[in-house]
Ligand binder design. Structure first.
Ligand code: ZN
Ligand code: ZN
Length: 390
C-alpha cells in the first residue's frame, strides 16, 4: 500500500550474494584465493565443465581464446568455472589452463548451481545479467558459431548475428562472403597459393564447393566437378564468367594441402573462420555440397551438386529456367526412344522408364527421366550407354 515495495522481499541477487548463500566463501584464481567481490562490475559467465568430459576439453581452448581476446579488447568479461569433476584432482587438472576464476571444488555445489541455472548438459556456459539471475540459453553453440563476435551474448546480439547471416545468404556483396578481417583475397589451389583479390571475382557466377578429403563421396564428386569446370573454363562463352571457390571441411591443414593438389580452382585459406561461417550461412549439413552464387551476389541454388551430377557443364548458369529447359530436352529425347531394347551387356530385356533418377550401370554417372531398366534385376542404363544386340 505504501507503493515503495517491501524491503523484506527485495533479494540482493548479484552473483557474489548467490554464491555466498550456497556456502561459497571465496573464489579461486590460478594464484589462489580471491574474494567474491572480484566479480563486481564485470560481465559474468558461469562455465559448467569437467575434465573427464571430452567435449568439455575440446571446447576449453576455444573459450580461453575468446576470454583473452575479449579482455584484451577491454570487455571486462569474467568466467567462473563450476566443476563437474569426480574429485579434486580432476578439478585441478581441468582448471590449470583456465585463465579465469573457479568456485572451490565441493561435493554437490555443482548440482545446486546447475539446478538453479537449468543446466542439463556440459559443457555449458551461462551468461548472467547484472542482477545475477536472469539467464539466457546455453552459449556454447553461439560461441562455436561466432567466436568473440557473439559478445555480449545477449538475445539481441544473437538476433543481430542471425540477421547478418540471412542477409549474406540472400545475397549482397561477394566481399562480405569471402573476405575476412583484412584478408580480401582467396588463394589458388596449387602449391604456390597465389592470392587472388575477391574483387576480381565480382560479376561472375561463383560455385562455393564444400568438401573434404576424408569423405569418399566428396572425393568422387570432385572428379565430376573438375570435368564440368574444365569444360566451362575452356569455352570462351563461360571462361570469364564462372569460378569455383573451395570451402574446405578438411580436418587439418595437411588434408587441405592434399586436396589442393587435386583441384584446379580457388580456395578460402584454411586458417581463418570464413570456412565455418560459410557452412553456417548456407546451412550446409553434409558434404559434398555446391552453392551457386549469381553475378549479382544472390544465391541461385544450394543444390548445385545434383545439377552437376546430372548435367555436368550443361547446368551452367544453374538457373531454374536452365534446368527446366534441360529437363524438357531430356523428356523429348525420351519420347523418341523405343519402348524396349536388348543390350549386349545385360541378359534381360531393358524397358524404357521415363520417371526415374538412377545411376547408370555402365558409365556410373547419374541419370534422370529416361533410363533403360531391367524389371528382373536392379540394372539401369543411360539411353546413350545402350549397345543394342544385332
Ligand atoms: Zn551411362
Ligand atoms: Zn536384368
Amino acid at each position: 500500500m505504501g507503493g515503495l515495495g517491501d524491503p523484506a522481499i527485495c533479494i540482493d541477487s548479484d552473483i557474489a550474494a548467490i554464491l555466498a548463500t550456497q556456502g561459497v566463501e571465496f573464489l579461486l584464481s590460478g594464484e589462489g584465493k580471491v574474494p567474491l567481490s572480484s566479480c563486481d562490475g564485470k560481465t559474468i559467465c558461469l562455465f559448467f565443465s569437467a575434465n573427464w568430459c571430452r567435449p568439455c576439453r575440446t571446447f576449453c581452448p576455444q573459450l580461453v581464446q575468446l576470454y583473452n581476446t575479449l579482455n584484451t579488447k577491454g570487455k571486462n568479461l569474467e568466467i567462473i568455472f563450476v566443476s563437474f569433476d569426480h574429485d579434486e584432482n580432476g578439478f585441478k587438472e581441468h582448471f590449470k589452463p583456465m585463465p579465469w576464476l573457479a568456485v572451490p571444488f565441493a561435493t554437490n555445489l555443482h548440482k545446486r548451481l546447475s539446478g538453479m541455472y537449468h543446466v542439463d548438459r556440459i559443457p555449458s556456459l551461462i551468461s548472467l545479467s547484472l542482477d545475477g539471475l536472469s539467464v539466457g540459453e546455453d552459449l556454447i553453440g553461439l560461441i562455436e558459431d561466432y567466436g568473440d563476435e557473439a559478445f555480449p551474448f545477449t538475445k539481441q546480439r544473437k538476433e543481430e548475428l542471425k540477421a547478418a547471416d540471412d542477409a549474406k545468404c540472400q545475397g549482397g556483396k561477394l566481399e562480405d562472403l569471402l573476405a575476412h578481417k583484412g584478408r580480401n583475397y582467396v588463394i589458388s589451389m596449387d602449391a604456390k597459393k597465389l592470392q587472388i583479390a575477391v574483387s576480381e571475382l565480382v560479376d561472375r557466377t561463383i560455385g562455393l564447393y564444400f568438401g573434404g578429403h576424408w569423405c569418399p563421396p566428396s572425393r568422387s564428386f570432385t572428379k565430376q566437378l573438375i570435368e564440368a569446370y574444365n569444360d566451362l573454363k575452356t569455352s570462351t562463352s563461360t571462361e570469364q564468367f564462372f569460378e569455383i571457390v573451395f570451402v574446405s571441411t578438411d580436418r587439418d591443414c595437411k588434408e587441405f594441402d592434399l586436396n589442393l593438389s587435386s583441384m584446379p580452382w580457388l580456395a578460402i585459406p584454411y586458417e581463418d573462420r570464413t570456412r565455418q561461417d560459410l557452412c553456417r550461412i548456407f546451412n550446409v549439413k553434409g558434404i559434398p555440397a555446391l552453392v551457386i552464387v549469381g553475378p549479382d551476389g544472390k544465391t541461385i541454388t544450394t543444390n548445385g551438386k545434383s545439377m552437376i551430377a546430372l548435367y555436368g557443364a550443361k547446368a551452367y548458369p544453374f538457373t531454374e529456367s536452365r534446368i527446366a529447359s534441360l529437363e524438357g530436352a531430356l523428356r523429348k529425347e525420351g519420347e523418341a526412344l523405343p519402348p524396349q531394347v536388348k543390350d549386349i551387356k545385360h541378359e534381360h530385356i531393358l524397358k524404357l522408364d521415363m520417371a526415374k533418377a538412377y545411376v547408370c550401370d555402365s558409365c556410373r554417372k547419374q541419370g534422370k527421366f529416361c533410363a533403360f531398366s531391367c524389371d528382373v534385376c536392379d540394372y539401369d542404363l543411360h539411353p546413350s550407354c545402350v549397345e543394342p544386340t544385332s
